[in-house]
Write a new protein. Structure first.
Length: 545
């Protein structure tokens, strides 16, 4: 016992903020940990190595028609690479042959897996994904629309929070992390149970006195219990952090709405199925409405284990039968027979999500087979999920996010009205000024946009988009030195910002310094080797010699 106590205390002392990692849980919870380690949550991220990619890499080869680029994954002695090549340059005039190493993956592989690469500590997403259900490699969600190879999508902390544990993001940057970017792959035990340091110390020294300093979600009140699942399975149309708070500060036992608010369409029928809409879809179901707080994620899912494929139908059918009787099912007999009494295949089918490429996920609305739920990507009025309290700031930011992503005029008008109210009431912060400036910028009101960007950056210089946009306005008004300073500062926070580098190059050209302009464009090409604009500008420089 003495040796075991020393081991556990050493593990506790090696981590900050009381977090100890899954390995510290193993001495006492080995069976649960072994089971949990095979679940999708535990496998949701990691380093790319043998076993984290399909064995048949030859099947990774495909051509993306829009860009006329062939992709394939290859292996060397120690690493995996994404190779991309365009040999037929008749349509684009651009030949291309390059590669990037696959450093990390995100996604458990249940639906699919996407890949990340690191460049000088900055993380970016690769444009290909393996879709497990289809056993197919194809473009990652959102990448299909590009006519070139896009290697500049930054991976920010909020992208990784629901895939990895103990992130090591570098403050003041958009997407730079220490090496490694996360200390623990997948979702760790402490994401649901809270920091384990004090718990291990008490249990190791045999002085728990009934107080274990660990969270058991089942024993929490419903709002705090559900908050644990909602960290990652509820985003809605927009997720807005409260002023001065962030999801990273949430701890099990807290109320999630004290940190972030998720907004959903006022008309739920306009809400499309998304990769992380499990919670709000469940709340639309008749089962949830009838059961209230008795029905939650844990009613059907054991977070520590996953039924095997052979047991899956029976396992979930038994969950249904805790409330329903077999003879109460109104589904046609022939359909029930065809599905082998698989309740989920009829009432919770896997459907394609609007934000997940070829990904298909379970629809938790638990609808009858003959009911067709409306699916739309154009929500115009957003409300806080579950009636959470939200001020003008949060409501305005939610509609701003919708307006800037979907170019919705009605959402834009609502966002401006609410954010202006927040400003008048003194509740505005850097995020409000930045979003309001962006909305005015899009509406062509440049003077208002400039003033708001300036206020936002005085409060938070790390707002990269605000810095680039403001620099563009400075450059257009002849304030070149100030513009270059802002562009260079933005590049220190994310060096793959093509727009910033191009504008710096143009500034050098306007000064007659073609050598410096070419150097800047060549540096940009390291991040965007297939950029049509960079290739054209470099060609024009070469032709102007």
């Amino acid at each position: 016992m003495f040796e075991k106590t020393l081991l556990l205390l050493a593990l506790v002392s090696s981590h900050a903020e009381g977090y100890v990692g899954n390995s510290a849980c193993a001495p006492c919870h080995s069976r649960i940990l072994r089971s949990y380690s095979t679940t999708p949550m535990a496998l949701s991220s990691g380093t790319v190595q043998s076993g984290t990619l399909p064995a048949d890499l030859e099947s990774s080869k495909f051509i993306h028609p829009r860009s006329d680029v062939q992709y394939r994954v290859s292996k060397t002695a120690d690493d995996y690479f994404l190779e991309f090549e365009r040999t037929n340059s008749k349509s684009s005039g651009r030949q291309l042959r390059d590669r990037r190493r696959l450093d990390y993956f995100v996604g458990s592989g249940a639906a699919g897996r996407s890949y990340l690469f690191a460049l000088d500590g900055f993380l970016y997403q690769l444009p290909v994904t393996y879709y497990s259900r289809l056993k197919k490699w194809d473009m990652s969600p959102g990448f299909d629309r590009y006519d070139h190879v896009n290697l500049t999508r930054p991976i920010e902390s909020n992208c990784l929070e629901c895939h990895a544990s103990d992130l090591q993001a570098i403050d003041g940057t958009q997407n730079r992390f220490s090496d490694p970017p996360f200390r623990q792959a997948g979702i760790g035990c402490e994401r649901c149970h809270g920091p384990g340091g004090k718990h291990i110390e008490r249990m190791s020294l045999a002085r728990s006195s009934g107080v274990t300093e660990i969270v058991n979600p089942v024993k929490l009140d419903p709002l705090r219990r559900d908050s644990i699942c909602e960290q990652c399975h509820l985003t809605g149309e927009a997720r807005i952090a409260r002023a001065g708070r962030s999801l990273a500060a949430f701890r099990p036992g807290d109320l999630l709405a004290d940190f972030v608010i998720s907004f959903v369409p006022a008309d739920v029928q306009t809400q499309a199925l998304k990769a992380t809409s499990h919670v709000e879809k469940l709340w639309q179901s008749r089962c949830k409405k009838a059961s209230g707080d008795r029905l939650w994620c844990g009613s059907c899912h054991d977070p520590h284990s996953l039924p095997g494929e052979a047991e899956r139908v029976h396992y979930f059918r038994e969950k249904c039968l805790t409330c329903h009787q077999t003879n109460s099912c109104k589904t046609k007999v022939e359909l029930r027979r065809a599905n082998g009494d698989d309740c989920a295949s009829c009432h919770m089918p896997r459907n394609r999500v609007v934000d997940g490429g070829h990904g298909v996920l379970t629809d938790h609305t638990i609808a009858r087979p003959r009911i067709t739920q409306a699916r739309s990507e154009s929500a115009t009025l957003l409300v806080p999920f579950r009636g959470a309290a939200a001020a003008e700031r949060e409501v305005g930011l939610a509609h701003a996010e919708l307006a800037l992503s979907a170019e919705s005029e009605s959402s834009g008008a609502q966002a401006i009205e609410r954010l202006e109210q927040a400003t008048r009431k003194g509740s505005a912060d850097s995020e409000v000024f930045y979003r309001l400036g962006h909305l005015y910028d899009r509406a062509g009101e440049r003077d208002k946009a400039i003033a708001l960007y300036e206020r936002a950056l005085r409060l938070n210089p790390a707002l990269v988009v605000a810095a680039v946009n403001l620099a563009n306005h400075y450059g257009a008004r002849g304030r070149i030195a100030e513009a270059i300073h802002l562009w260079q500062d933005a590049l220190s926070r994310n060096p793959a910002l093509e727009e910033a580098r191009i504008n710096i190059a143009i500034a050098h050209l306007n000064r007659g310094d073609t050598t410096q302009a070419r150097a800047v464009l060549l540096k940009a090409l390291e991040f965007s080797p297939d950029s049509p604009l960079l290739r054209r500008l470099l060609g024009e420089l070469a032709g102007g010699k």
